[in-house]
Design a protein around this ligand. Structure first.
Ligand SMILES: Cc1cc2nc3c(=O)[nH]c(=O)nc-3n(C[C@H](O)[C@H](O)[C@H](O)COP(=O)(O)OP(=O)(O)OC[C@H]3O[C@@H](n4cnc5c(N)ncnc54)[C@H](O)[C@@H]3O)c2cc1C
Length: 346
């Protein structure tokens, strides 16, 4: 390959998506990751592309809304180009409402969703009996059904991006010299590096454990029940996540906390009892101090950029993150809102 215009360091959801957004605009890109694609947090199982609640709106929530709305076209183009499915589907989400307070809040949000999401998607309070057999039990007989949430399979999405990049002549290499402008999308390791570079806490990691079950639910909505994401995938599996652990010794081990997650999911959705657990997985979510993505130029390091802090919603944010980074690097147009900027964390 001729000398690259852009070097991406880190082949997770952020790095690969930015590489793709730049490549499809004609840039020469190299992607470097000593551990391979999806070796970090992005190599997991869950893949909920779920919105923030439609209230107390801010630039970060708007940014995520735009990303979720971009997802369908983004992943379709990746799949068409590389021939590998990321498992994307805008299948919606159901959330049981446990008491009168939850119902009142959900009804308020019906109205705010109309204003904030406009015609793009709905947030509706529905009777469980009107939803059909996949509806989870609900103490009030009511659930929220939103039509904005989507799902994809994280590990397959990384493979789909790698395949699409390969069609554009871009392969992933374990090491190379920087060429052109450099994007640091190194997840948890990148945040530790930033802590050192700025001599303060910019971010850290939150471990998560998840499980994959053999359970073919079909193209039905994902569920959010008892604080768990229950994601029916396109390939006849179903993911359950996750734990949230600020303290951990081993980043990749799974333990009794995951048994508890599976048990709670089975209690919330009894039809899952008896489904075989075919994989247990753990990873470290990159969490910036602001809890939001941190994007933009690396201060005082011309030609270097940071794309990190995907935390619990990195896949949901990836299409928009990729677009604003490509705008910034290739066109010099900075459309990164307050709340998701590198400088929000310094
Ligand atoms: C259990 C769990 C469940 C989750 N569920 C969801 C969900 O349902 N929906 C959602 O949107 N998000 C979810 N997330 C979060 C999501 O996975 C992350 O936000 C996202 O993967 C972050 O992507 P990233 O590319 O920034 O980081 P990573 O995927 O961690 O990628 C960083 C990459 O950088 C590489 N790297 C490290 N050091 C270097 C170096 N020096 N040079 C080059 N490369 C380097 C690593 O090898 C790695 O491949 C979940 C995470 C976990 C752990």
């Amino acid at each position: 390959m001729a000398m690259a215009d852009i070097t991406i360091r880190g082949a997770g959801a952020f790095g690969l998506s930015i590489a793709w957004a730049c490549a499809r605009r004609g840039a020469r890109v190299q992607v470097i990751d000593p551990h391979g694609a999806g070796a970090g947090s992005s190599g997991g199982l869950v893949g909920a592309l779920a919105p923030h609640v439609p209230e107390n709106w801010n630039a970060k929530k708007q940014f995520q809304l735009e990303s979720l709305l971009m997802a369908e076209a983004f992943w379709a183009e990746v799949e068409t180009t590389g021939g590998v499915s990321p498992g994307y589907g805008r299948t919606g989400r159901l959330q049981p409402l446990k008491d009168a307070r939850a119902v009142a809040l959900a009804r308020q949000r019906e109205g705010s969703a109309r204003t904030l999401w406009q015609h793009h998607a709905q947030w509706r309070v529905c009777k469980t009996k009107d939803i059909g057999p996949w509806c989870p039990p609900s103490a009030t007989g009511l659930v929220v059904h939103d039509t904005l949430s989507g799902r994809m399979h994280p590990r397959q999405a990384c493979a789909a991006l790698v395949a699409a990049l390969a069609v554009r002549g871009i392969s992933l290499v374990p090491e190379a010299r920087d060429a052109g402008q450099v994007v640091h999308a190194k997840g948890y390791a990148g945040l530790l590096e930033l802590n050192e570079a700025f001599a303060r806490t910019v971010g850290g990691g939150v471990k998560g454990q998840a499980a994959l079950l053999r359970f073919d639910a079909g193209a039905v909505p994902q569920l959010y029940a008892d604080g768990l994401h229950i994601i029916p995938h396109a390939d006849g599996t179903l993911a359950i996540g996750s734990t949230s652990e600020r303290e951990f010794d081993d980043p990749s081990s799974t333990d009794a906390q995951l048994d508890d997650v599976v048990r709670r999911a089975q209690e919330a959705v009894p039809v899952l009892h008896g489904a075989e657990v075919i994989e247990r997985w753990a990873g470290i979510r990159p969490r910036a101090k602001s809890r939001a993505p941190m994007l933009g130029p690396w201060p005082d390091r011309p030609g270097h950029y940071i794309a990190n802090g995907g935390f619990k919603i990195g896949f949901g944010m990836a299409p928009k993150v990729a677009e604003v980074l490509a705008d910034l690097i290739l066109e010099g147009i900075d459309q990164i809102p307050q709340g998701v900027r590198v400088t929000d964390n310094l």
